[in-house]
Design a protein around this ligand. Sequence first.
Ligand code: RIB
Length: 320
Amino acid sequence: MKSICVIGSLNIDLVAAVERFPQPGETLTAAGYSTFFGGKGGNQAIALGKLGANVKMVGKVGDDIHGSDYIRNLRMNGVDTAGIRVEKGASTGTAMILVDPQGENQIVISPGANGHLTPSDIDEHWSHLIESDIFLFQLEIPIGTIAYAMKRLKQAGKTIVLDPAPASQLPDSLFKYIDYMTPNETEVKYYANRHHQYVLQLKEAANILLRKGVQTIVAKAGAEGAYLIRDADLQHIGAYPTDPVDTTGAGDCFNAGFAYALAMGRSVEEAVSLGNAVGALAIRQVGAQSAMPSIEEVDVFMKKHLLGSESDSYRQLGGA
Ligand code: RIB
C-alpha cells in the first residue's frame, strides 16, 4: 500500500446545535455546545488513520492544552505526528460551528497556529514527508506554503490531491501541480469563474480548471454523489443513502476515502465511490471525527448498498 501525507490545518471545533441559522444582527440561544477535534487537515488525517492507512501529518498546533490533546488524538488514531510542531505564543486553530436540524452548518475559523506553517517548516520536515507517495492539501494553511510544498513535491514525482476548501484565491501557477482537485460544485464554479461574467455549468467550469493544468477534477455533489471530469469526459458516481446529523467534515472524509483507495492501487472511479461511502458514514453523528468509519465498517456498508460494479469490486479492498 502506498503511504499518504496530509499537510494542513488542525482545529478545535466548538459546535452548537441551533433550530435555524441567525439573521444578521440576531442572537439565538442554543441548548449547549460541544468541543471536538477538527480542521480539514486533521479530519483527513484521522479519517485515514481510522481506515488503516499509512498516514503522516505535517502541521502546527498552539502551545495550549488543545495542542497537546490534538497530538495525542492523532497518535491514538494511527497518524504519524513527527511532522507536527507546537507554535510558541499561538493558540491552536479554532472553528466556531453552528449546525441546524438538517445537519447543514455555518463555520467561522480563527487559524491560530495553522497560520504559522511556513515554507521553512516544509524544508524542516522534508526528509520525513518525502517518504510518502500521495499528498493531501486543503486551504486552511498559508497559500504560499502550499504552493512551495506542491512545487517541490511535483518535482519529486509525487501525487497531489487538493481539496480547495474553504474557497480562496489561488495563483494560476498552482493548478499545474494538482493531480486530483476535489471541489464541491460551488467551488468548481468559484475557481473557474474569475474571468467570467456569466454562470458556468459544471462541465464547462471544470474544463477551465483542466486547461489551467489540473489533471482530474472530482466534483463532490453531496447527496448526489460526485462527478469525475477528465478531458471531454464527465462521469457521475452515485451517492450512498445516509441520514445526516452533522455534515461537518463530510468533504474531508470523502478525500480520505478517495486517497485510501488510490493508495491501494484502485481505479479513480473506485476511489470516488469509496470517498462517497466514507463521507456518507461520517455524517451520522455530531462532530467531524465522531463517526469516521474503519475500513471494515465501510466494507459492510458498501456491501449492503451495492451501487453497481464499482462498489462490487471494492469488496476486495475491505479485507486488505
Ligand atoms: O471541513 C470541516 C472542518 O472545517 C471543521 O472541522 C472545521 O474545523 C473547519 O476547518
